[in-house]
Design a protein around this ligand. Structure first.
Ligand code: UP6
Length: 266
């Protein structure tokens, strides 16, 4: 796990999106990514306006939203981009691509969502093999804006097939493109080899619950950041389901930041 500070990693990270994310984290003193799993665009946008100063990243599942048509989608993603700029956070569409290179290329760049146009970060499963990274990268390069990919190495849910040898094989795949793959969705730090620095973003974080009855398993910010060495906590229902999302997000921000400070001081 990294004992280096976010700010030092922000200058050396091999990917541009990684450097941007680490600088935002260091500058705003927040390793909190909020997961906006809501079926209401106005709610998402107004929450982000409130939570913007407290987060480094906003995670979306754009396919949960009931859009009336393509114009409504671009209106939403434009407003999302404006909020990201205003409050200085990155956008992470949690698409979890999982097909052959040629198909994910079409899914990432096209369709109604045009994810690559507005999302700084997206993620992919390693099941299809390295072609998935190559396909997504072609789209990222066409966009001409910094885009980063996280590989899913281990999920938070009970009984998932990730971790162990699967994570190791996913890491080997990621090593094939260190300029595009910025890190992992995982539950522990990924030990770097020379010149590597994998950003680990970790879902399954909640201060008040152990799970959701549908397989989700929760850990605390302290466990995932201090003990396991992860870099970013991803919190959904813990914040968006709270009576006061702003005050609750500040609790998570503080808990995530203190866990990081303890880790680098140890
Ligand atoms: N997510 C997980 N676990 C993973 C990968 N992704 O929970 O291993 C995503 C879910 C959801 C969010 O798709 O958007 O993170 C977690 O939300 P929650 O905090 O409300 O459980």
């Amino acid at each position: 796990m990294s004992a280096l500070t976010y700010s030092s990693r922000a200058t050396t990270h091999p990917t541009e999106v990684g450097r941007n994310l680490l600088s935002i984290i260091a500058e705003k003193q927040t390793n909190l990514c909020v997961s906006l799993d809501l079926a209401d665009t106005e709610k998402i946008l107004s929450l982000l306006d409130t939570l913007g100063p407290l987060i480094c990243c906003a995670k979306t599942h754009v396919d949960i939203l009931p859009f009336s048509g393509p114009d409504a989608i671009s209106a939403f993603t434009d407003r999302l981009a404006a909020l990201a700029k205003q409050h200085n956070f990155l956008i992470f569409e949690d698409r979890k691509f999982a097909d052959i290179g040629s198909t994910v290329k079409a899914q990432y760049g096209g369709g109604v969502y045009k994810i690559a146009q507005w999302s700084h970060i997206t993620n992919a499963h390693s099941v299809p093999g390295p072609g998935i990274i190559a396909g997504l990268k072609e789209v990222a390069q066409e966009v001409g804006q910094p885009r980063g990919l996280l590989m899913l190495g281990e999920m938070s849910s009970k009984g998932n097939l990730g971790g162990g040898e699967y994570l190791q094989k996913t890491l080997e795949m990621a090593r094939g493109d260190k300029e595009f793959v910025m890190g992992f969705i995982a539950q522990c730090a990924i030990p770097p080899q020379d010149g590597e620095d994998w950003i680990v973003m970790t879902p399954g974080v909640n201060l008040g619950s152990k799970g959701d009855g549908l397989g989700q398993q929760y850990n605390t910010p302290d466990l995932v950041v201090r003990e396991k060495g992860c870099d970013v906590i991803i919190v959904g229902r813990g914040i968006i389901g709270a009576a006061d999302p702003k005050a609750t997000a500040e609790e998570y921000r503080k808990a995530g930041w203190e866990a990081y400070e303890k880790r680098i001081a140890a």
